[in-house]
Design a protein around this ligand. Structure first.
Ligand code: PGA
Length: 243
Protein backbone atom coordinates (compact mmCIF):
# COMPACT_ATOMS: atom_id res chain seq x y z
CA UNK A 1 0.00 0.00 0.00
CA UNK A 2 1.23 3.50 -0.79
CA UNK A 3 2.35 5.43 2.24
CA UNK A 4 0.38 8.49 3.32
CA UNK A 5 2.49 11.52 4.16
CA UNK A 6 0.25 14.03 5.90
CA UNK A 7 1.19 17.58 6.86
CA UNK A 8 -0.52 19.12 9.87
CA UNK A 9 0.01 22.88 9.73
CA UNK A 10 -1.72 23.39 13.09
CA UNK A 11 -2.38 27.13 13.74
CA UNK A 12 0.23 28.40 11.31
CA UNK A 13 0.11 29.84 7.82
CA UNK A 14 -1.16 32.81 5.84
CA UNK A 15 -2.96 33.16 2.53
CA UNK A 16 0.24 34.55 1.08
CA UNK A 17 2.03 31.25 1.83
CA UNK A 18 -0.31 29.17 -0.33
CA UNK A 19 0.87 29.74 -3.92
CA UNK A 20 4.55 28.89 -3.40
CA UNK A 21 3.79 25.95 -1.13
CA UNK A 22 1.16 24.56 -3.49
CA UNK A 23 3.41 24.76 -6.53
CA UNK A 24 6.21 23.06 -4.59
CA UNK A 25 4.03 20.13 -3.51
CA UNK A 26 2.67 19.75 -7.03
CA UNK A 27 6.15 18.44 -7.82
CA UNK A 28 5.76 15.80 -5.08
CA UNK A 29 6.98 12.26 -5.60
CA UNK A 30 4.30 9.99 -7.00
CA UNK A 31 5.06 6.88 -4.93
CA UNK A 32 3.26 8.32 -1.88
CA UNK A 33 -0.12 9.89 -1.15
CA UNK A 34 0.48 13.46 -0.06
CA UNK A 35 -1.96 15.31 2.17
CA UNK A 36 -1.91 18.89 3.42
CA UNK A 37 -4.05 19.88 6.42
CA UNK A 38 -3.84 23.67 6.70
CA UNK A 39 -5.97 25.87 8.96
CA UNK A 40 -9.59 26.20 7.81
CA UNK A 41 -8.92 29.72 6.47
CA UNK A 42 -6.53 28.39 3.84
CA UNK A 43 -8.51 25.38 2.61
CA UNK A 44 -10.39 27.13 -0.16
CA UNK A 45 -7.26 28.81 -1.52
CA UNK A 46 -5.36 25.52 -1.37
CA UNK A 47 -8.21 23.68 -3.08
CA UNK A 48 -8.00 26.08 -6.00
CA UNK A 49 -4.21 25.87 -6.16
CA UNK A 50 -4.14 22.04 -6.03
CA UNK A 51 -7.15 21.45 -8.30
CA UNK A 52 -6.68 18.43 -10.55
CA UNK A 53 -3.57 17.26 -8.69
CA UNK A 54 -3.01 14.11 -6.64
CA UNK A 55 -2.25 16.14 -3.51
CA UNK A 56 -5.14 15.84 -1.06
CA UNK A 57 -6.44 18.36 1.44
CA UNK A 58 -7.72 17.83 4.94
CA UNK A 59 -9.11 19.67 7.93
CA UNK A 60 -7.68 19.51 11.44
CA UNK A 61 -10.97 18.95 13.24
CA UNK A 62 -14.72 18.81 12.68
CA UNK A 63 -17.86 18.93 14.78
CA UNK A 64 -19.94 15.83 15.45
CA UNK A 65 -23.07 17.45 13.99
CA UNK A 66 -23.56 18.19 10.29
CA UNK A 67 -24.70 21.75 11.10
CA UNK A 68 -26.13 23.70 14.00
CA UNK A 69 -25.64 26.40 16.61
CA UNK A 70 -22.00 25.66 17.49
CA UNK A 71 -20.07 28.91 17.45
CA UNK A 72 -16.53 28.54 16.20
CA UNK A 73 -16.89 24.95 14.98
CA UNK A 74 -16.68 23.50 11.49
CA UNK A 75 -18.92 20.69 10.24
CA UNK A 76 -17.61 17.74 8.25
CA UNK A 77 -19.86 18.49 5.21
CA UNK A 78 -18.36 22.02 5.15
CA UNK A 79 -14.89 20.53 4.89
CA UNK A 80 -16.03 18.20 2.13
CA UNK A 81 -17.67 21.09 0.26
CA UNK A 82 -14.46 23.10 0.23
CA UNK A 83 -12.49 20.17 -1.17
CA UNK A 84 -11.12 18.32 1.86
CA UNK A 85 -10.86 14.54 1.58
CA UNK A 86 -9.47 13.89 5.06
CA UNK A 87 -9.85 15.25 8.57
CA UNK A 88 -7.50 14.85 11.53
CA UNK A 89 -9.44 13.95 14.68
CA UNK A 90 -8.45 13.47 18.31
CA UNK A 91 -5.05 15.10 17.97
CA UNK A 92 -3.50 15.36 21.44
CA UNK A 93 -3.60 19.15 21.14
CA UNK A 94 -7.39 18.92 20.69
CA UNK A 95 -7.63 16.38 23.52
CA UNK A 96 -5.65 18.74 25.80
CA UNK A 97 -6.64 22.23 24.64
CA UNK A 98 -10.33 21.41 24.25
CA UNK A 99 -10.79 18.53 26.67
CA UNK A 100 -11.90 16.21 23.88
CA UNK A 101 -12.71 12.80 25.30
CA UNK A 102 -12.75 9.56 23.35
CA UNK A 103 -16.56 9.60 23.07
CA UNK A 104 -16.45 13.04 21.43
CA UNK A 105 -13.77 11.88 19.02
CA UNK A 106 -15.83 8.81 18.15
CA UNK A 107 -18.85 11.02 17.36
CA UNK A 108 -16.69 13.30 15.21
CA UNK A 109 -15.26 10.28 13.42
CA UNK A 110 -18.76 9.05 12.62
CA UNK A 111 -19.66 12.52 11.33
CA UNK A 112 -16.56 12.61 9.13
CA UNK A 113 -17.37 9.21 7.62
CA UNK A 114 -20.99 10.24 7.04
CA UNK A 115 -19.74 13.27 5.11
CA UNK A 116 -17.52 11.06 2.94
CA UNK A 117 -14.28 12.22 4.57
CA UNK A 118 -11.45 9.92 5.61
CA UNK A 119 -10.83 10.42 9.33
CA UNK A 120 -7.29 10.26 10.69
CA UNK A 121 -7.76 9.36 14.33
CA UNK A 122 -4.81 10.15 16.60
CA UNK A 123 -3.81 8.19 19.68
CA UNK A 124 -0.75 8.29 21.89
CA UNK A 125 0.51 8.20 25.45
CA UNK A 126 2.02 10.95 27.59
CA UNK A 127 5.54 10.68 28.90
CA UNK A 128 4.29 9.83 32.40
CA UNK A 129 2.14 7.03 31.00
CA UNK A 130 5.10 5.62 29.07
CA UNK A 131 7.33 5.78 32.12
CA UNK A 132 4.68 3.97 34.12
CA UNK A 133 4.67 1.17 31.53
CA UNK A 134 1.11 2.02 30.50
CA UNK A 135 1.68 3.21 26.93
CA UNK A 136 0.07 0.25 25.18
CA UNK A 137 -2.83 0.06 27.58
CA UNK A 138 -3.54 3.79 27.08
CA UNK A 139 -3.38 3.53 23.30
CA UNK A 140 -5.56 0.43 23.25
CA UNK A 141 -8.17 2.16 25.36
CA UNK A 142 -8.10 5.25 23.11
CA UNK A 143 -8.62 3.03 20.04
CA UNK A 144 -11.39 1.09 21.69
CA UNK A 145 -13.31 4.19 22.71
CA UNK A 146 -12.60 6.60 19.87
CA UNK A 147 -13.10 4.35 16.84
CA UNK A 148 -16.73 3.69 15.92
CA UNK A 149 -17.95 0.32 14.67
CA UNK A 150 -17.31 0.11 10.94
CA UNK A 151 -14.39 2.53 11.17
CA UNK A 152 -12.90 3.18 7.75
CA UNK A 153 -10.04 5.62 7.97
CA UNK A 154 -6.49 6.02 9.14
CA UNK A 155 -4.96 5.66 12.60
CA UNK A 156 -2.05 7.82 13.73
CA UNK A 157 0.21 6.88 16.61
CA UNK A 158 1.53 10.11 18.08
CA UNK A 159 3.24 9.83 21.45
CA UNK A 160 2.40 13.15 23.11
CA UNK A 161 5.96 13.61 24.40
CA UNK A 162 7.40 13.30 20.88
CA UNK A 163 5.25 16.05 19.36
CA UNK A 164 7.24 19.18 18.64
CA UNK A 165 10.07 18.10 20.94
CA UNK A 166 12.62 16.65 18.52
CA UNK A 167 12.42 13.37 20.45
CA UNK A 168 11.10 10.11 19.04
CA UNK A 169 10.56 6.68 20.56
CA UNK A 170 13.16 4.05 19.70
CA UNK A 171 12.58 2.02 16.56
CA UNK A 172 11.91 -0.97 18.78
CA UNK A 173 9.24 0.93 20.70
CA UNK A 174 7.55 2.20 17.53
CA UNK A 175 7.60 -1.28 16.02
CA UNK A 176 6.11 -2.80 19.16
CA UNK A 177 3.42 -0.12 19.40
CA UNK A 178 2.41 -0.36 15.74
CA UNK A 179 2.17 -4.15 16.02
CA UNK A 180 -0.01 -3.73 19.07
CA UNK A 181 -2.20 -1.17 17.30
CA UNK A 182 -2.61 -3.58 14.37
CA UNK A 183 -3.65 -6.35 16.77
CA UNK A 184 -6.12 -4.01 18.47
CA UNK A 185 -7.58 -2.93 15.10
CA UNK A 186 -8.04 -6.57 14.05
CA UNK A 187 -9.68 -7.44 17.35
CA UNK A 188 -11.97 -4.44 17.14
CA UNK A 189 -12.84 -4.30 13.44
CA UNK A 190 -12.26 -7.85 12.24
CA UNK A 191 -10.82 -8.23 8.74
CA UNK A 192 -11.30 -4.52 8.04
CA UNK A 193 -8.69 -3.85 10.70
CA UNK A 194 -6.01 -5.24 8.37
CA UNK A 195 -6.61 -2.42 5.88
CA UNK A 196 -6.27 0.53 8.24
CA UNK A 197 -3.09 2.49 7.59
CA UNK A 198 -1.16 3.32 10.75
CA UNK A 199 0.81 6.56 10.58
CA UNK A 200 3.59 7.52 12.94
CA UNK A 201 3.69 11.15 14.12
CA UNK A 202 5.93 13.10 16.46
CA UNK A 203 9.12 14.92 15.39
CA UNK A 204 9.30 13.33 11.94
CA UNK A 205 12.01 15.25 10.07
CA UNK A 206 13.91 14.82 6.79
CA UNK A 207 16.80 13.33 8.78
CA UNK A 208 14.85 10.54 10.51
CA UNK A 209 12.05 9.92 7.99
CA UNK A 210 13.72 7.13 6.02
CA UNK A 211 14.34 4.97 9.09
CA UNK A 212 10.94 5.69 10.68
CA UNK A 213 8.98 5.05 7.48
CA UNK A 214 10.79 1.75 6.85
CA UNK A 215 9.56 0.22 10.12
CA UNK A 216 7.02 -2.60 9.91
CA UNK A 217 3.38 -1.48 10.12
CA UNK A 218 4.33 2.16 9.64
CA UNK A 219 2.08 3.23 6.77
CA UNK A 220 3.17 6.83 6.58
CA UNK A 221 3.71 9.90 8.72
CA UNK A 222 1.75 12.70 10.30
CA UNK A 223 4.14 15.63 10.18
CA UNK A 224 3.72 18.85 12.15
CA UNK A 225 6.55 21.38 12.24
CA UNK A 226 8.48 19.95 9.31
CA UNK A 227 5.43 20.14 7.03
CA UNK A 228 5.44 23.94 7.11
CA UNK A 229 8.47 24.11 4.85
CA UNK A 230 7.63 22.53 1.49
CA UNK A 231 11.24 21.49 1.01
CA UNK A 232 11.31 19.51 4.28
CA UNK A 233 7.87 18.03 3.68
CA UNK A 234 8.91 16.82 0.24
CA UNK A 235 12.17 15.44 1.61
CA UNK A 236 10.10 13.36 4.05
CA UNK A 237 7.82 12.19 1.23
CA UNK A 238 10.86 11.24 -0.83
CA UNK A 239 12.22 9.20 2.06
CA UNK A 240 9.14 6.90 2.06
CA UNK A 241 9.85 3.40 0.79
CA UNK A 242 9.01 2.71 -2.84
CA UNK A 243 6.72 -0.22 -3.59
P1 PGA B 1 5.60 17.50 15.01
O1 PGA B 1 4.02 17.35 15.20
O2 PGA B 1 5.97 16.84 13.71
O3 PGA B 1 5.85 18.99 15.01
O4 PGA B 1 6.24 16.81 16.19
C1 PGA B 1 3.35 16.20 14.82
C2 PGA B 1 1.87 16.36 15.06
O5 PGA B 1 1.49 16.96 16.06
O6 PGA B 1 1.03 15.90 14.25
Amino acid sequence: MRQLIAGNWKMFGKLADVPAYASAVLAAPTHVDLLVCPPFTLLDRFAAALKGSQVALGGQDCHANPQGAHTGDIAAPMLAEVGARYVILGHSERRNDHGEANAVIRAKTEAAMAAGLIPIVCVGETEAEREAGEAMQVVRSQLQHSLPAGFAGVAAYEPVWAIGTGRTPTETDITAMHADIRAALLAQLGEAGAKIQILYGGSVKPGNAASLLALPEVGGALVGGASLKAEDFLAIANAAPRG
